[in-house]
Design a protein around this ligand. Structure first.
Ligand code: TRP
Length: 456
């Protein structure tokens, strides 16, 4: 029954699943969000905490999602209803809402990336990298490129998992890896690389003492966001999975690649920012754009490098965006027997409209609504989704989850037992603390910067 819908399909090749999961994980979260958060939250201290959260909560959360997805063979709403019983379907409903929220502003930021591909061709940002960002970040241009990116996402999702997602990702992932490595080598030759490495790699623990209330939730939110966990993407992907894969090994591969891309991105972004004389925290959500545009304007053949980099960046964002939309679309297919193409189109229009204020409104030309949407989604909603999922799997459905994990890890031994106890207490406690801090942090944003913006 659970795999009956005609529009459902399985991965064509063994690597299809890994590629799609990596394609989902690697995206704006690594290249845009990670350096921007690291710059804002104190550099190396944030990086260290983020790495720690990836291991402590990211890995278990991903395993939880894989387990539920493969066990039920269904997309999040149906999967949770089957796994936990009736009322759990509302958690799946929450996932769908989170997906709408995330993709609505993700597409705006990805639209900036597309705009920079064009800007690299026309030389638009040469010599004015900071004001260029402010010019294009909000307003009519931002809206147009938001629309273009959303349309691309709809087109790929409409083609279906096998043809669309797998094909797209097979090309994207190696391209991303190659360009990132090349940029790391380039940045290493820059004059201020030393100071940048110092900021990025040697932690100043006094910052942790003074600012832990915002650093801790930011690092946890980044871990969830970057790994695409907390809203059922990995449940959906694992629902297409057959019985042979080793879930633990696959989780290790996906987490390692995602974390490596983020880490390497920091390794080139900060040297470029420092050399350009832009403080790491100054440009906020524009950090990566200002840094790279400045650098590309400087170096020989910079416009070619710019096209390649922003092009690859757009591709990485696209493979993440399709994973988010796939959750919504596969939900409609599984639960209502909807038609894939039409559902993708309707979803895209709704998400576009939700993102429209983000693309249009600004405060001192900064795109302030990005923070409003992004902090709510990553630090509060994804973390909440993760907590509830972990309670379901580690407490309520532990026996079934453990049986699936034994099969899924190909390990009859104690590993699943250790894992479930790790999730049951330490992981859930840490996440609850993080969530409380995130809510406090968000409240200060609402009553501070955001109230100013509203003129309160
Ligand atoms: N992880 C992606 C990135 O780093 C974004 C993403 C895709 C995502 N699917 C997700 C984030 C699901 C949260 C939940 O850009």
């Amino acid at each position: 029954m659970s795999r009956s819908s005609t529009d459902r399909s399985s991965w064509t090749r063994r690597a299809g699943f890994i590629l799609a999961a990596v394609g989902s994980a690697v995206g704006l979260g690594n290249v845009w969000r990670f350096p921007f958060q690291a710059g804002q939250e104190g550099g190396a201290v944030f990086v260290l905490l983020y790495l720690w959260f990836v291991l402590l909560i990211g890995v278990p959360a991903m395993l939880v999602e894989f387990t539920v997805g493969r066990l039920t063979g269904r997309s999040p709403v149906g999967a949770l209803a089957e796994f936990g019983g009736g009322a759990w379907r509302y958690l799946g409903g929450l996932f769908i809402l989170i997906g709408f929220l995330i993709l609505s502003y993700y597409s705006v930021v990805a639209g900036w990336v597309l705009r920079y591909v064009v800007g690299s061709v026309t030389g638009g940002y040469a010599g004015r990298s900071e004001s260029y960002f402010l010019d294009i970040a909000t307003g009519f241009d931002a809206l147009v490129f938001h629309a273009i990116f959303m349309a691309l996402t709809v087109a790929i999702v409409a083609l279906g998992v096998r043809r669309g997602i797998e094909l797209a990702v097979t090309v994207m992932v190696p391209a991303v890896a190659f360009v990132v490595l090349a940029l790391v080598v380039y940045a290493w030759t820059l004059p201020d690389a030393g100071a940048a490495y110092e900021y990025y790699l040697s932690p100043d623990f006094s910052l942790l003492a003074s600012d832990w209330r915002s650093i801790v939730p930011a690092a946890a939110g980044q871990a969830f966001f970057s790994l695409s966990v907390g809203m059922g993407v990995m449940i959906t992907f694992a629902s297409y999975l057959d019985e042979e894969r080793n879930l633990l090994v696959d989780t290790g591969i996906i987490v390692a690649i995602d974390t490596a891309v983020a880490f390497l991105t920091g390794l080139f972004v900060f040297p470029i920012l420092f050399t350009a004389g832009v403080g790491p925290a100054d440009p906020g959500p524009g950090a990566i754009f200002v840094a790279l545009a400045g650098a590309f304007a400087d170096i020989p053949a910079g416009s070619v490098v710019g096209v390649v980099f922003f092009g690859m960046f757009a591709i990485a964002a696209l493979s993440s965006a399709i994973s988010i939309m796939e959750v919504v679309v596969s939900f409609a297919i599984d639960e209502f027997g909807a038609v894939r193409r039409r559902t993708a189109a309707v979803t895209g229009v709704a998400m576009f409209l939700l993102g429209t204020p983000v693309a249009l409104l600004s405060s001192q030309r900064q795109p302030i609504l990005v923070t409003l949407y992004d902090a709510l989604a990553a630090q509060i909603l994804l973390v909440s989704g993760g907590i509830v999922l972990m309670i379901l799997v580690a407490w309520i459905g532990a026996d079934r989850a453990m049986a699936e994990l034994r099969r899924g890890m190909h390990s009859p031994g104690v590993l699943p037992q250790v894992w479930i106890w790790l999730v049951r207490i330490p992981v859930i406690v840490v996440l609850l603390v993080t969530l409380a801090l995130a809510v406090g942090d968000y409240w200060s944003f609402l009553s501070g910067d955001f109230a100013d913006f509203l003129g309160l």
